[in-house]
Design a protein. Structure first.
Lengths: 464, 464
């Protein structure tokens, strides 16, 4: 008897009756890559993985799961950073990467319709080819799927000016927990015909329905862009620059920072010539009409200098701009290679509280004797304190846990949140009640029970 | 016995125990203005009107209503255009106009916190005084309340570039049907800690909860603005201008049109010197950096001429701009004075389908022998066909009903919606199922049952 003819479970047999059996993975070696996502120290072996190619196949799979009360965890490329697509024991992993077509690009209405498994970068490139822009650019956009971006309400490096994924979703096709297929939203710029149900599913992390198609809003591509990199002897001076730019009524597309630990790791990794004695660097980009870009870039440079920047470098061309942006784009990869386990956090505060939050992170890290590099979206108040640790070191992991509690408590006390763009998933579940309060959590649980009465959709994520 | 000491019902007695009795209206003459909103031909006498001054008072009133199963209709200034705040027989009208304070303007975080009864114009002026802009500008903004704007997800004349009310709501305080008070959202630009519950309440027309405070996002005030008015011999040429401007990658803040009937009514009313032989006029505004405004205005003028505009007038200063904008701002008032009953509709289609939709409206009006003036937000595909009729003429009102059915059917067939910015309320309730389909309507009903299990919040609005 060969491996392929081994008797399979009733679940595998049932799924193989719904889909071409070639699209039902169940051998242990095939399942390995589906046991985790992009989140450190979180994994759970998958029981089986299915690859539907149409919405009708997704609906048939969900109907089966609903009738038989089998959990379904939907996923795209698995780049999530809160464990949202980590398998549930005994459940079906529903992987949407074969539903990857861009179905329509409507330049007259500035919309793009894609299947959930389409890769974000392909969408961005399709828009770009028409002179249009799909603004959300999460760090994983080269491989992440648009369905995953919508399910997590992903952010990116242009959030300050352009907002996040939610701001670009005009319509969604969703398979409900019953297996019913529903279309929500329209190509209309304005539509108030009843409750905005699409907003319920955006950011719901696969717990309320399975997103199968996405109608996105596009905007005209900015004609010009200028990229600058400023270095600072203190983090406070970098934060002051951000405040002063906003106070000058400038909303740049990007205001990203790296701290000293991150600068050193990036330089070691990418050799972009960063000053190793700097306490902070700030990547600034402005885009739009050439006259605006020239004007804003000049103002931002003088503001940075007035706030104490040691150096301000302006990219002379696209190649130089890409090089400067590399410092920020490489931050996570650079930090990830210096220790066995990299825990990327996502504390976010109102912009005005940035300096306090960064000081808190540094103080907490020192007190718990932990190595933390912090980078992120300074203009959005969205910080990524990143613990460089080793999950085999139980003592250190306990200190990481305690440090995280302190950091999130402080963020919430400042009017902030435990996650700006990564979602709750498994990683932030225990922090959610304190962050949003019982009344708000109660509403969410009511919504979950209403839309998924048997609890088959990604159970145990966001809350129990 | 004087009028004021007449015995009152148990309901009035109970409400007067919760609030200062001076803030509980129940005499027939006091109730008259609360029996209708801004919607023609829809009214129902109020039983009593209460004026809470704090969130705690709202919560106490809702708890009473919940325990005693009394309907509550919340309202602000009553400027709604779909009958959303028309009283429910035997219910409490909860009027929020005494909760009118602007509580905080935070220039560092670009946010404004206000009570629900704050008037939209006051919010806009408070922002303006800080060099900031609150972009949504519904037609009724001089008297409408921000709570009403959020409950209806109001639009306005700047939607094309700036979006609608939803796009500026960062947080909400809501009194739930149980009387529980919940805060949803934060000052963070990015926040994905669980489902976006605030989006459930935005546009829910008082049927899911009572909004008591609103945290709004502000943007820097544009430094310059140019206003232009183009006239056309055909509506198609005006629509072509809109398409060509978007195709040129320009997103103006305003692209508003009037048709021939509306032009004549406006000229008769406001004497702004409009050409009475024009089939259409287009009000165009671009705002932002002075260089961009100059560049875009020049392009828009040449596009308008290339598309066949008979004349294009550019305002030389703010005074002239205001005069040109008067033509559009006065449209509804001008139409409203020519007939006893003015039924303002709100059909909306994808921008690319505008010409077809306008032709349909004209053809349907002619076939049913009805007088219709159409104006609206051309850049958004949001049309306001306005029936000039008389509700005492039953035969004509029946033809209006039939015409509306045909117009909405056609809008939906074009991928449009029955309401772009006025809401469903009572006026559009019968059209909703066909417009959004049973699956989507089922989700909305599930949500309503979950959040308002006893059906006390604005019952009978949106759907039964």
């Amino acid at each position: 008897m060969t491996t392929s003819s081994l008797p399979t479970s009733p679940l595998i047999a049932a799924l193989s009756a719904i889909l071409d059996p070639a699209r039902v993975l169940h051998s242990p070696e095939d399942l390995i890559p589906y046991g985790f996502d992009g989140t450190a120290a979180l994994s759970s072996p998958a029981t089986c993985v299915v690859f539907p190619e149409t919405t009708e196949e997704v609906a048939a799979l969900v109907r089966y799961a609903s009738v038989n009360r089998v959990p379904i965890v939907s996923r795209g490329s698995g780049t999530g950073l809160s464990g949202g697509s980590v398998p549930v024991p005994g459940g079906i992993v529903l992987c949407l990467v074969r539903m990857e077509r861009i179905l329509e690009l409507d330049a007259r209405n500035l919309t793009l319709l894609a299947e959930a498994g389409a890769v974000t970068l392909q969408i961005a490139e399709a828009a770009d080819a028409m002179g249009l822009l799909y603004p959300p650019d999460p760090g994983s956009m080269k491989i992440s799927t648009i369905g995953g971006n919508v399910a997590e309400n992903s952010g990116g490096l242009r959030g300050l000016k352009y907002g996040v994924t939610r701001d670009y979703v005009m319509g969604l096709e969703v398979v409900l927990a019953s297996g019913e297929i529903v279309w929500l939203g329209s190509k209309c710029v304005k539509d108030v015909a009843g409750y905005s149900m699409k907003d319920v599913f955006i950011g719901s992390e696969g717990t309320l329905g399975i997103i199968t198609k996405v109608m996105l809003k596009l905007v005209p591509k900015p004609a010009a862009k200028t990229t600058m990199l400023a270095t600072y002897a203190t983090m406070a001076a970098a934060a002051d620059t951000v405040s002063a730019i906003i106070a000058a009524k400038i909303i740049p597309c990007t205001l990203e920072f790296l701290d000293r630990v991150t600068i050193r790791c990036v330089e070691d990794f990418a050799h972009v010539g960063l000053p190793l004695d700097a306490e902070a660097i700030l990547l600034m980009e402005t885009d739009g009409h050439p006259a605006v870009v020239a004007d804003e870039a000049a103002q931002m440079e003088s503001i940075a200098r007035a706030c104490g920047a040691t150096t301000v470098v302006t990219a002379a061309n696209a190649e130089e701009a890409a090089k400067l942006a590399t410092a920020r784009r490489a931050a996570f990869s650079a930090l990830a290679r210096v220790s066995p386990t990299t825990i990327l956090e996502d504390a976010t505060v109102p912009r005005s509280e940035l300096t306090k939050m960064i000081q808190c992170i540094q103080e907490v890290a020192a007190r718990h004797n932990l190595r933390v590099g912090t980078f992120g979206h300074m203009g959005d108040g969205n910080l990524h304190p990143t613990f460089l640790t080793d999950e085999r070191n139980h003592d250190e992991m306990e200190r990481v846990e305690r440090a995280m509690v302190e950091i999130f408590d402080f963020a919430v006390a400042l009017g902030g949140t435990i996650t700006g763009e990564h979602g709750v998933g498994l990683a932030k579940k225990s922090f959610l009640p304190k962050a949003i309060g019982n009344a708000s959590l109660g509403l969410m649980k009511d919504l979950k029970r209403t839309l998924d009465p048997h609890g088959i959709l990604n159970p145990g994520k966001i809350f129990d």
